[in-house]
Design a protein around this ligand. Structure first.
Ligand SMILES: [Fe+2]
Ligand SMILES: [Fe+2]
Length: 266
């Protein structure tokens, strides 16, 4: 079986479209929308956001399986953690498929981003867990925490509880990433630096040119969501509390916030 599977080998139904993150963002710009993040006031926000997450869960499931397969010499405990993650992510994919149905969408309604899969092309397991578990699943903590608050404002306990259930697992996945990034690079500071750099590149893809801040500091703007009018965050926030629970330290969170505001100066 082929290792480091290229993205076009992912098993998907024929009507699926996988595209790069850049292309997805360009498509938003072409429609006169903000390039980076779907906003709650957009008509298809919930469908698009839940679809993006669902596709991410599928790729997270596939990627954890590939990491297990691509590195047969990795420590057995590492492989066990990856196997456990496959199981978690398959549950998450099922939950989000049900949530898609709940909001009147279906898998394949929107294109799927290749971004998570791109991390599986790197040949060091320490970089993989840094990029996927710490970078992208750290981002998932931000997205989920915000979605839970949004569901609370909407008075939707189905979305609120389902996402909260998944967030609890994601926190353990980020912790797992932190543990293995450090363990696999023990005694090799250069390798640790490469893994951290790899994660930083992923983080930077999602700092939205300075558009992000913490939940506490996010500007609240009046938005119309379906038939409800709410005050809500003007951007995707950084979930400090969930990230602390996930094992990020204050310094790392501060770095994320600063990276976001630094790029605002460009
Ligand atoms: Fe997940
Ligand atoms: Fe996960």
């Amino acid at each position: 079986m082929q290792r480091f599977l290229p993205v076009d080998k992912l098993a998907r139904p024929e009507n699926y479209i996988l595209v790069s993150l850049d292309r997805m963002r360009q498509a938003r710009v072409d429609q006169g929308l903000t390039p980076f993040n779907a906003m709650p006031y957009e008509e298809d926000f919930l469908r698009a956001r839940l679809h993006g997450i669902c596709a991410g869960e599928m790729q997270a499931m596939e990627a954890a399986g590939r990491t297990l397969f691509d590195f047969p010499d990795a420590p057995w405990e590492f492989q066990l953690d990856m196997a456990r993650q496959v199981w978690d992510e398959s549950r998450h994919a099922e939950i989000y498929m049900k949530l898609l149905e709940y909001v009147g969408s279906y898998l394949g309604e929107f294109p799927e981003s290749e971004v998570l899969w791109s991390c599986t092309q790197v040949d060091d397991p320490a970089c993989r867990v840094a990029g996927i578990n710490r970078g992208l699943e750290g981002l998932a903590c931000d997205v989920f925490e915000q979605l839970i608050r949004l569901a609370q404002k909407m008075g939707d306990p189905v979305i609120e509880r389902a996402v909260d259930y998944v967030l609890a697992d994601e926190i353990t996945h980020v912790r797992m990433g932190s543990k293995w990034m450090r363990k696999l690079t023990e005694g090799d500071p250069e390798r640790l630096k490469r893994a951290q750099q790899f994660q930083e590149n992923i983080d930077n893809l999602f700092n939205f040119s300075g558009g992000r801040t913490t939940q506490e500091e996010a500007a609240q703007v009046h938005q119309k969501l379906g038939d409800k009018e709410i005050e809500f965050d003007s951007t995707l926030t950084i979930a400090r509390e969930a990230r602390l629970l996930a094992g990020f330290n204050e310094e790392e969170i501060e770095r994320l916030v600063k990276a976001a505001s630094r790029s605002a100066a460009y």
